[in-house]
Ligand binder design. Structure first.
Ligand SMILES: [Zn+2]
Ligand SMILES: [Zn+2]
Length: 210
């Protein structure tokens, strides 16, 4: 990459022409519970398929949330507390985004549950798998659907960490989902508007919603 500096303006030749240069986007996938390796593999491939110049590492050591972030009355984890705890336990690792993934159920104040939560300030997000399975709703198990939902939710939360808000485009991955059926209704791709916002931050996606 050649960088020309003209006065106050910088021009970058090469891939990130005209935009802030960013080295590869570094993502850490952090299991919070035992997770089937095939789930991890799928999430890693989808992340690599979503972003250009991305490095995805998986921590082979499970980081179990402490009992202090569990709400015994609700029998659910407190998602805000999990985000804080995850941040404190991974901040020294030097990743742009830390993605916690756990086979648990969690809530935030005011909501019965969340599929995931993100903080663009702390640069961490978490995806909770428990309610992404058909079995949770007494429906027949569907592994492919479960994997698809998990990948969409991971991309959605990473999008939040990268500064995106919810998007009104129905098929956009940043569209808000209140049920697994709504998750099924959207794609795992960013719409052009969301992709453009990412590009302004120096992040390029491989594919976007047609
Ligand atoms: Zn969201
Ligand atoms: Zn969008």
């Amino acid at each position: 990459m050649i960088v020309y500096v003209w006065g106050r303006f910088k021009f970058y030749a090469g891939e990130s022409k005209g935009f802030r240069f960013m080295d590869a986007l570094r993502i850490l996938l952090q299991p919070l519970t035992a997770i089937d390796l095939s789930i991890i593999d799928n999430v890693v491939s989808v992340l690599k398929d979503t972003f250009e110049r991305v490095i995805v590492d998986v921590n082979g050591v499970i980081l179990s949330p402490p009992i202090t972030v569990y709400n015994w009355h609700r029998a659910q984890y407190n998602s805000d507390k999990i985000l804080d705890w995850l941040y404190r336990n991974t901040e020294g690792y030097g990743y742009d985004v830390v993605v916690g993934i756990g086979d648990i159920d969690a809530y935030v104040r005011g909501l019965n549950f969340v599929f995931g939560e993100a903080s663009s300030v702390l640069k961490v997000c978490v995806v909770y798998l428990r309610r992404l399975r058909n079995e949770f709703y007494g429906l027949e198990s569907d592994y492919n659907k479960f994997i698809e939902r998990t990948c969409k939710e991971v991309i959605h939360e990473v999008g939040h960490v990268l500064g995106l808000n919810h998007c009104l485009t129905p098929k956009c991955v940043m569209n808000f989902s209140n049920s697994v059926f709504e998750v099924d209704g959207k794609s795992r791709y960013f719409c052009k508007q969301c992709a453009d916002l990412l590009l302004k931050r120096g992040i390029r996606v491989r594919k976007m919603l047609a």
